[in-house]
Design a protein around this ligand. Structure first.
Ligand code: BES
Ligand code: ZN
Ligand code: ZN
Length: 472
């Protein structure tokens, strides 16, 4: 969708990115248009739209700010106004020209592309597609083809992740999720092995099986492999995504107000899957393994109940005290399974706790783990991409809070510090460099949130993709 060009047709619509009014002279505008733009900008406006009959000119003045990350995010948000006009006018092609070449052009191009996402599959009316933009041309001699290829791959990854999150449980069962992964693997170039219920039973993945007991749909455990010949890492990076296709809470049923968004409880899985699509499409030279434990969590005749004691894949026994703390149970089996790869790094990503949202709000992810340098990198990349993460502590006294009298661990701690005790639970099943992302807040947006859209945001795909780029 995003293309690179060094020339453009004067009759096509264009977005100019300038740093100050002085740069207006450098734009392909006639005198009337320039005068109009100047006037508009005098009232401290940072956005001008000129309808020049057969084409549209947009002018964005980037904010003068010390914080370059804030400048970029403000620019991304400007895509809202542009998309609105583009949609009204049903424009299919747009050019972007940045006068001072600071690579803001690609930042805006990315946001425009992300802003065009639709989940229209279930709409009947003919006009269901709101967005028409097909091609964004970046006019630059500063940007190379490699950058646009990667950006296009990343955007596709985010789209795929959003599609997966937005599918309701009526369609996206655990089985369907694994089939979707297989299909995407064929399309983008990664391998998938799906462990079915029988295999999960023979492996004694007690966490996944316990959560699945209330469901009539079988669980799946999907293993994705992306192993390019030119990979620079000897040991793989393993990504683990929580694939709770719907979280009712189980016997500890969620009340109204908390249950309505729970198709999003597979957002961690969606992020990992989207990431694999992006990485494979961009052909990054990195060995990656993806693990997706998947099931729904429901009350049912045979559902697991509080005080059950279950035995996990690695033999750890767990006293279940709340069936709504199910994510850590399926992730624990996957994290223990990850040991067999002697991984360079394991990153798990999950809509794990409401407590993470209470702590930092809906826009930010909690990050924890023992890979301290990588956590710093994540923090910085989070600011650059505006998929922000903030570290919570993993001090050992929190471990006391999930000790059980009757089993090795219990699956919930006390009310306070819930995001940390959940991570402490996961930590028990790791023995390698590890990072945990609790994306319960930013994974899903109930109202439209600029280029993040409405519904599944795909949070984590841009963050981890850029983290991986940074490692190459
Ligand atoms: N999937 C939820 C966490 C969640 C909450 C995600 C809100 C997105 C938005 C998770 O399985 C859960 O229910 N966690 C409980 C844990 C508690 C029972 C210890 C929670 O956070 O309330
Ligand atoms: Zn839950
Ligand atoms: Zn959950």
């Amino acid at each position: 969708m995003i293309k690179l060009t060094d020339n453009y047709k004067i009759e096509e619509s264009i977005i100019y990115i300038i740093e100050s009014k002085d740069q207006l002279n450098k734009l392909q505008l006639n005198n009337d248009e320039k005068e109009y733009a100047l006037k508009r900008l005098e009232n401290e406006k940072d956005f001008v739209f000129i309808n020049s009959f057969f084409k549209f000119n947009f002018i964005i003045v980037v904010k003068k700010e010390k914080d370059i990350n804030k400048i970029k995010e403000d620019l991304r948000k400007q895509s809202d106004k542009i998309i609105k006009i583009i949609d009204e006018e049903k424009i299919e092609k747009i050019n972007i020209l940045e006068i001072s070449q600071n690579n803001y052009d690609l930042v805006l191009a990315e946001a425009l592309a992300l802003n065009c996402y639709d989940f229209a599959k279930y709409l009947n009316d003919a006009d269901k597609k709101k967005h028409f933009l097909k091609e964004i041309k970046v006019i630059s001699t500063n940007v190379n083809e490699d950058k646009t290829l990667k950006l296009n791959a990343l955007i596709e990854g985010v789209y795929q992740a959003r599609d997966i999150i937005n599918e309701p449980a009526s369609y996206m069962t655990a089985k369907k999720l694994s089939e979707t992964i297989v299909e995407l693997g064929k399309k983008y170039g990664f391998k998938t092995e799906v462990l079915d219920k029988g295999k999960i039973e023979s492996l004694k993945m007690g966490g996944i099986l316990a959560v699945n007991r209330g469901s009539i749909e079988p669980p799946t455990f999907s293993i994705m492999e992306y192993i390019p010949e030119n990979s620079i890492n000897e040991k793989p990076i393993v990504l683990v995504g929580k694939g709770l296709v719907f979280d009712t809470g189980g016997i500890n049923l969620k009340p109204s107000g908390f249950i309505e968004t729970m198709k999003s409880d597979k957002s961690g899985a969606a992020a990992v899957i989207g990431l694999f699509c992006a990485v494979a499409m961009a052909k990054l030279p990195l060995k990656l393994i993806g693990l997706i434990p998947a099931t729904d969590n429901r009350p049912g005749n045979n559902a697991y109940v509080p005080q059950d004691i279950i035995t996990m894949f690695d033999g750890t026994t767990v006293e279940v005290l709340n069936t709504d703390a199910e994510g850590r149970l399926i992730l624990a089996d996957a994290l223990a399974y990850a040991k067999k790869y002697s991984p360079e790094l394991v990153i798990d990503i999950a809509t794990l706790t409401g407590a993470a949202i209470v702590a930092v709000g809906e826009k930010v992810s909690a990050i924890m783990g023992n890979a301290k340098n990588e956590i710093k990198t994540f923090y910085n990349i989070g600011l650059e991409q505006w998929e922000r993460v903030i570290e919570f502590p993993l001090w050992d006294d929190y471990k006391e809070l999930i000790k059980s009298d009757v089993a090795d661990l219990k699956n919930v701690g006390p009310r306070w510090g819930g995001a940390i005790t959940a991570a402490k639970f996961l930590e028990h099943f790791t023995d390698y460099p590890w990072i945990h992302l609790d994306i319960a807040g930013p994974a899903y947006s109930e109202s439209r949130d600029s280029y993040r859209g409405i519904g599944g945001t795909g949070f984590g795909v841009r963050l981890i993709f850029n983290f991986l780029l940074n490692r190459i």
